[in-house]
Design a protein around this ligand. Structure first.
Ligand code: HGY
Ligand code: MN
Ligand code: MN
Length: 407
């Protein structure tokens, strides 16, 4: 039994046109007009597939295919929001392979014991509203609904108002719900599967993640008449922090990765000494203990840089998700499915965060990876060959059937 390759190829193209960038990438920020169009497109396909569609308080969309027995569902999820100038595979591919699984169950006239439910999570990327995976975090009971509602984007718009504006502020309570298993197909977003010429990754877990935000307050002044000896330049301190963040990764070594991805300078003009700089720090490692060592080093880097420049600062470590091992039974089901699909596969750890990270906190979860060309992601070059998509989608289909059981 296999999925329909041509059908899924068509949905990747069709959904990928909603928010498509001139260079063939994707900008579909959470709760934007493009996100609404993408959600509406998905809801239409879900209804055509005969799914019972519902929306919860965080705008998470559920599409249930009934099971023969009233048992907890097998959830197949991911997200349709993207980063700015991102790719057409991150998140979107998982949602489309989940839809393909449900359609293929119909094609093969299969009745499952457990219901099988597609779930589309809101704002997985954390690009517009922080933190990432905010809606699965609320569903898992790890983030408060009110805090999520009050998250603001760079224009000061609250998440709840953006949700209401696009018509996806749903009535269903966004609270932990029982499920047989949660499965998510996702692109690897790293180079390993492609390097080893493999089509499928049987994901064993996800690294620990820490996000911090730093605001540096210097003395805004004129770039001309202000002598160097009296300057307190927030951007000079920030520059030292950026190189210090890289140095932490080099010093601790191993698989620790550290990134300053977002930098805001004020007033950000040629002829004024920056008075205020904000920046983000993302740190990840397979071991929580390494992050526990890295965070005090970050504190020290910031303190030293700001003291040297005579500026003040606020540093907030505002988001932390622990190293997440996936459920051994679900991982074994994914492995059986990978073998049955005929794919070349390996077990692998995820360096990227996913909604599966929060779902694993409240039930048995697992993931299926497919390769990323050149290991690239969160960029317009993001791509996965259809042969690998087909192997991954078949693995998801067979694993879902394994876990949902045949009636
Ligand atoms: O940050 C992440 O790893 C994911 O892309 N949201
Ligand atoms: Mn993703
Ligand atoms: Mn992503």
């Amino acid at each position: 039994m296999r999925i329909d390759r041509r059908r899924i190829e068509g949905t990747i193209e069709e959904l990928g046109r909603i928010g498509e960038t001139p260079r063939g990438g994707l900008t579909r920020l959470a709760l934007s007009d493009e996100d609404k169009r993408g959600r509406d497109w998905m809801v239409s396909r879900m209804r055509e597939a005969g799914l019972s569609v519902s929306v919860d308080q965080m705008g998470n969309i559920f599409g249930e295919r009934a099971g023969a027995e009233s048992l907890p569902p097998v959830l197949l999820g991911s997200h349709v929001d993207s980063v700015p100038t991102g790719g057409k595979y991150d998140g979107q591919l998982g949602v489309l392979c989940a839809l393909e699984t449900l359609r293929s169950l119909d094609d093969h006239a299969i009745r499952t014991r457990h219901p099988v439910t597609l779930v589309i999570f809101t704002n997985e990327e954390g690009a517009r509203f922080q933190p990432a995976m905010i809606a699965s975090g609320v569903l898992a009971g790890k983030l408060a609904l009110e805090d999520a509602y009050n998250a603001r984007d760079r224009d000061g718009i609250r998440l709840v108002d953006a949700l209401e504006r696009i018509g996806y502020l749903g009535p269903e309570p966004c609270v932990p719900r029982a499920f047989r298993a949660y499965l998510e197909l996702h692109i690897e977003q790293g180079p390993r599967l492609e390097e080893e010429e493999l089509s499928v990754g049987v994901v064993e877990g996800i690294v620990a993640i820490s996000w911090s935000r730093l605001s540096i307050h210097g003395v805004q002044d004129h770039a001309g008449p202000t002598p160097m000896r009296i300057r307190h330049d927030a951007l000079v301190a920030a520059a030292e922090v950026v190189t210090g963040v890289r140095r932490i990764a080099r010093e601790l070594g191993g698989d620790l990765v550290t990134t300053v991805g977002n930098l805001g300078v004020s007033p950000n003009i040629v002829n004024a000494i920056p008075g205020r700089v904000t920046l983000s720090i993302d740190m990840r490692d397979p071991q929580d203990a390494t992050l526990d060592r890295a965070l005090p080093l970050l504190d020290a880097v910031v303190q030293a840089a700001c003291e040297r420049e005579g500026v003040s600062y606020e540093l907030e470590h505002y988001w932390r998700v622990p190293r997440t091992p996936f459920d051994a039974g679900v991982v074994a089901a994914v492995e059986r499915a990978a073998k049955a699909s005929g794919a070349r596969w390996r077990r692998i750890l995820s360096g990227a965060g996913h909604d599966a990270q929060y779902m694993a906190a409240i039930g048995p979860a697992g993931m299926v990876f497919v390769p990323s060309r050149g290991g690239r992601s969160h960029c317009e070059e993001e791509f996965t060959p259809m042969d690998d998509v087909e192997h991954g989608a078949n693995t998801l289909f067979l694993a879902a059937l394994d876990l949902a059981g045949r009636a």
